[in-house]
Design a protein around this ligand. Structure first.
Ligand SMILES: Cc1ncc(COP(=O)(O)O)c(C=O)c1O
Length: 412
């Protein structure tokens, strides 16, 4: 408690100044020293996000009759996503507020499909790799579904034979990540697709991180394994616009191989005084700004724009990986997109992390095994030298057991 609504308001310039001041202690993402939470594709993209969002900030995607403009933009965003991810002719999808929302809706659709098509009576279970995002557990928790997290193999990828062993009559969904968050590695989706085909199971590919970068990394010349609807066993995918699609936050896509699978997602209800309410996703009100900004950024960048931005990301990753190896770190697996994680056989990486934090860097940590984690953006291409210089110093400080109390002061 302690805060209450002020009796009278203050003017906007005063408030704005206060808000800017409050942000001064936040992670320094504008200068490229943050490699988690924020995707910084540069000022040109930020301006498009901001202006497009503001143009449709008050409109509501809940009302497609009132706002056919938003419906058209959403349809086009979904069309662009499906065309990038090899959606077949009959594929369908919707925009959601983010990856967790997309995953939740895919789980709901898979469960209702299992009930309708297979007569599933029990709550059912999900068979997922240990590296899959907790959004699956959150969705399962809300729907009382069991989650079977299967340990990854030594290569840190989904252990497909072990996942096959975990399947039973109650399994409503298999999951693979493209890529997973902790390591940035793409699971063997082709092998999962084969199992989904044999056992007639719903395979969801979580491409929240990879959906809007992997197709362009491939166009840029890298050999990536198949991971999307080109594999016949893939029933649904999640792909976030607000990550490597560089769109404003509050924007993701949930995609289905066919209209028949999609139809298990929407909620159609009319038994109340307000009349029929049909909503495709978890949201009621759907922020027009997020839809409009996504449409604008995708059309602003186009294929060549995304290729160029993503080349900066993969360049940054390659430079960082070379540099950290020279410092004795070991990159976990062979990342191909924008996430990389690296452990150190001799150093305490948590201590290294704390020293990097004190130098102004904010990034992630992987826990199994303990590793520094970066989710890179185009702007990072220009700070790789600074990062590696600071990392060399942080490693020395950790090895010398220098105090890292700046970190504790903030997080205690
Ligand atoms: C692989 C993966 N899936 C899903 C999510 C959840 O996305 P959101 O934070 O937009 O809900 C994330 C978030 O980082 C992710 O990395």
């Amino acid at each position: 408690m302690g805060t209450s609504l002020p009796e009278s308001g203050r003017d906007w310039p005063t408030l704005k100044a206060e808000m800017v001041e409050r942000g001064s202690g936040d992670a320094k993402w504008r200068d490229g020293k943050t490699a988690v939470y924020v995707f910084n594709a540069g000022d040109d993209v930020a301006q498009v996000q901001k202006e497009a969002y503001a143009l449709y900030m008050s409109e509501n995607g809940l009302g497609p009759l009132a706002f056919p403009s938003l419906r058209r933009m959403e349809d086009e965003v979904i069309g662009m996503a499906l065309s990038l991810l090899h959606g077949p002719e009959d594929a369908a999808g919707a925009m959601t507020s983010g990856g967790t929302d997309s995953i939740t809706m895919a789980v709901k659709a898979a469960r209702d499909y299992a009930r309708a098509e297979r007569g599933l009576k029990a709550a059912g279970n999900l068979v997922i790799p240990r590296s899959a995002h907790p959004a699956f557990d959150k969705a399962a928790h809300m729907m009382d579904i069991e989650v079977r997290r299967v340990p990854v193999g030594e290569d840190l990828l989904a252990d497909v034979p072990a996942m096959a062993d975990a399947i039973d009559d109650g399994t409503i969904m298999l999951v693979g990540s493209a890529p997973c968050f902790p390591y940035g590695l793409i699971d063997d989706i082709a092998a999962l697709s084969a199992i989904a085909g044999e056992r007639e199971l719903w395979l969801h590919v979580d491409a929240c991180v990879g959906g809007f970068i992997a197709p362009f990394v491939r166009m840029n010349g890298s050999e990536l394994p198949p991971f999307d609807f080109e594999l016949p066993g893939v029933s649904s995918m999640s792909a976030d616009l607000h990550k490597y699609g560089y769109c404003a936050k509050g924007a993701s896509t949930v995609l289905f191989r066919s209209a028949g699978r999609y139809q298990h997602m929407p909620f159609d209800f009319g038994d109340w005084p307000g009349g029929r309410m049909l909503t495709p996703t978890l949201a009621g009100t759907r922020p027009g700004g997020a839809i409009a900004a996504a449409w604008a950024v995708m059309n602003f960048l186009g294929e060549t724009g995304y290729q160029a931005k993503h080349r900066q990301v993969t360049n940054a990753r390659e430079v960082v990986e070379r540099g950290v190896r020279e410092l004795g770190f070991e990159v976990l697996g062979a990342p191909q997109l924008g996430i990389t994680a690296f452990s150190h056989p001799d150093a305490d990486v948590i201590a290294v992390y704390k020293h990097m934090f004190r130098k102004g860097w904010f990034a992630g940590l992987t826990m199994e095994p303990k590793a520094l984690h970066l989710m890179l953006s185009p702007v990072h291409e220009r700070v790789t030298d600074l990062y590696l210089t600071d990392l060399a110093d942080a490693l020395r400080q950790a090895n010398d057991q220098e105090s890292d109390d700046g970190f504790e002061a903030r997080y205690s």
